[in-house]
Design a protein around this ligand. Structure first.
Ligand code: DHB
Length: 521
């Protein structure tokens, strides 16, 4: 199998010093010229050096995914740029925990994601396209898909690509591919399920750091970005820097012997804390009807899950931002309203013309606008959002139909339960009614909250976290808990919610680039 041959070759690579295959060839680029529209809508002519499809591990399982592209600006609008010591934007393009490849990209921002991002359906399940390549299997579920990886959209519905924007801002851009949940080999073995994607991203960071001084850019100023599942992996990359729990997986791949800690983390709508997300989802959206059925979900299941959230939230012992005090299931609705939702609506409304604001307020009478501030209740906010995207449980589906069930698949088993409650209520014939014995370890490997809870000293200290207020792909508490846990440790957290925006939105990319300059300066 993979493990055996990989072990053998990584051992030989070690004994002979650094593996030659992991040395960055600084001359192996092509010079490209492109026009990039910046966040303010201004076009820039960017001349850059492009390194394509560099395999970042000595013993790849699938180099199509375990490769990265590097883009380095040399001239912007006719002016020479020296990016030798520029921050490195490390932009993953993962969506839906699916495979993500940069191998066929012809320039910056050209990553492809097998199967596209799930945009609907129960449990965020996604089916890969038939053209996914020789090693991709079909998966459970029938979610709608849209093309393109890391599909972030701005307020006008236009695409936002942080790789391109980062390049035009003068940064070095590294775009890593990563294995994803649907990949199978000829024996039907799943080789891209947890923890493959995070192990790959770490291996890519190690490759970059091992080539310090050879690869352009400041390897001590790596800023990770990602959206949705990619946002989850970005936050996990940030939280888990240099954690030893990945060592055996990295060794198997022949990853470079270097730190995988990153300096700063950007995460948009991270779909993370998966083993607690079913309870959180019902706490947040439990009383809303579902988009798919038009009915309020099974309230017995929803209530049982809400009780689990209360227990989990209490166990975290988090304090809210801005001196809110202990965060519990009893006050979390107030916390979201005060800390995120009202300020978000206020900012949105303040930016409108008086006439547009009047129109919006007339159509949304649940908002009181007074003294330049928006106020409203949690219940009215929920009514305003309306239908939820997912059924219950949202992540560990009783019938194993969620994409996350596939993410926790292993061996030749496509999909598995990863919560006790999901396993207990399994409808697929699971005789034990329990999660498999390897699941607890996999959950820690996949959850940034695990590393934050352990106060991992290798974590990044600067965090940019964003979420649309209408995003019901997961609970609004997931990002808020991530932010609160990091803030409680004293990290620098820039966290806000985009008013009335849905899943995958990024309406302040210019502010993010300014933030990179600030924190890395
Ligand atoms: C994504 C969306 C989901 O609803 C989910 O459960 C997992 C991932 C995504 O867009 O990446």
């Amino acid at each position: 199998g993979f493990a055996l041959s990989a072990n053998a070759s990584s051992a030989s690579a070690k004994s002979s010093g650094a593996s030659d295959s992991l040395v960055f060839d600084k001359d192996a680029y092509t010079e490209l010229t492109t026009t990039i529209t910046d966040a303010d809508g201004t076009d820039h002519t960017v001349v850059y050096h492009f390194w394509k499809a560099i395999t970042y591990v000595a013993s790849p399982v699938d180099a199509k995914y375990q490769s990265l592209n590097v883009s380095v600006p040399v001239k912007i609008d006719g002016k020479a740029v020296d990016a030798t010591n520029a921050p490195i934007v490390f932009a993953n393009a993962v969506g839906g925990y699916m495979p993500s490849s940069v191998a066929d990209a012809t320039g910056v921002g050209g990553a492809e994601m097998t199967g596209g991002m799930p945009t609907g359906g129960a449990g965020g399940s996604a089916s890969p396209s038939a053209s996914a390549g020789p090693s991709a299997s079909s998966s459970a579920g029938t979610g709608e898909v849209q093309s393109g990886g890391n599909a972030m959209v701005n307020a006008q519905g236009g695409m936002v690509n942080l790789g391109k924007l980062g390049l035009a801002a003068g940064y070095v851009v590294v775009e890593p591919g990563a294995r994803g949940r649907t990949l199978t080999d000829s024996a039907g073995t799943y080789y891209g399920t947890a923890p493959a994607a995070i192990v790959d991203l770490k291996a890519a960071v190690r490759y970059v750091r091992a080539n310090k001084g050879v690869i352009p850019g400041n390897t001590d100023r790596i800023v990770s970005t990602g959206t949705s599942a990619g946002g989850a992996l970005s936050s996990l990359l940030g939280a888990s820097g240099d954690s030893p729990i990945y060592d055996k997986y990295l060794k198997e791949l022949g990853a470079a012997d270097a730190s995988d800690a990153i300096f700063a983390t950007g995460a948009w709508c991270p779909i993370t804390d998966l083993e607690h997300a079913d309870g959180a989802y019902e706490f947040n959206w439990g009383t809303n009807v579902t988009a798919s059925t038009g009915k309020v979900v099974d309230q017995t299941v929803s209530k049982a899950l809400r009780a689990q959230f209360a227990e989990y939230q209490a166990s975290l012992r988090l304090r809210g931002l801005n001196g809110f005090g202990p965060l519990t299931a009893r006050n979390y609705d107030d916390y979201l309203v005060q800390t995120y939702l009202q300020p978000s609506a206020t900012k949105y409304l303040a930016a409108l013309s008086e006439a547009d604001r009047a129109t919006y307020l007339a159509a949304n009478t649940f908002i009181t606008w007074s003294g330049g501030r928006a106020t409203f209740t949690w219940a009215d906010f929920l009514t305003h959002v309306g239908a939820r995207k997912k059924t219950t449980p949202a992540f560990d589906a009783f019938d194993l139909s969620a994409g996350e069930n596939n993410e926790f698949g292993a061996g030749t088993t496509e999909a598995r339960h990863f919560t006790a409650y999901g396993a207990k209520n399994d409808t697929t014939g699971l005789s034990t009614k329990r999660v498999a014995s390897d699941i607890p370890e996999k959950l820690d490997l996949m959850n940034p909250m695990h590393h934050i809870g352990e106060e991992n000293p290798g974590r990044s200290r600067h965090w940019w976290i964003r979420l649309g207020t209408k995003d019901s792909d997961t609970s609004l508490t997931v990002s808020a808990n991530l932010a609160a846990a990091l803030d409680d440790l004293g990290d620098d957290v820039d966290h806000l919610y985009y008013w009335d925006e849905g899943h995958g939105s990024n309406v302040d990319p210019g502010d993010f680039l300014t933030w990179i300059a600030k924190v890395t300066g």
